[in-house]
Design a protein around this ligand. Sequence first.
Ligand SMILES: [Zn+2]
Length: 62
Amino acid sequence: MAVPKYKTSKARTRRRRSINMAKTAPNLVNCSNCGNKILLHRVCPKCGFYRGKQILEPEDMA
Ligand SMILES: [Zn+2]
């Protein structure tokens, strides 16, 4: 089995991880009903709409 000739430095490891293990920003879209920024494929927490239909009661009314 091939064995690495040199120890991978902390800097090299961390540089690789900063690229390959970087968290990506959540996919935010505007709510079709109220325009609020919401996560994709989630019910809007502000107005309770999802795919053009009322799913939940809005928080300030319930
Ligand atoms: Zn909404």
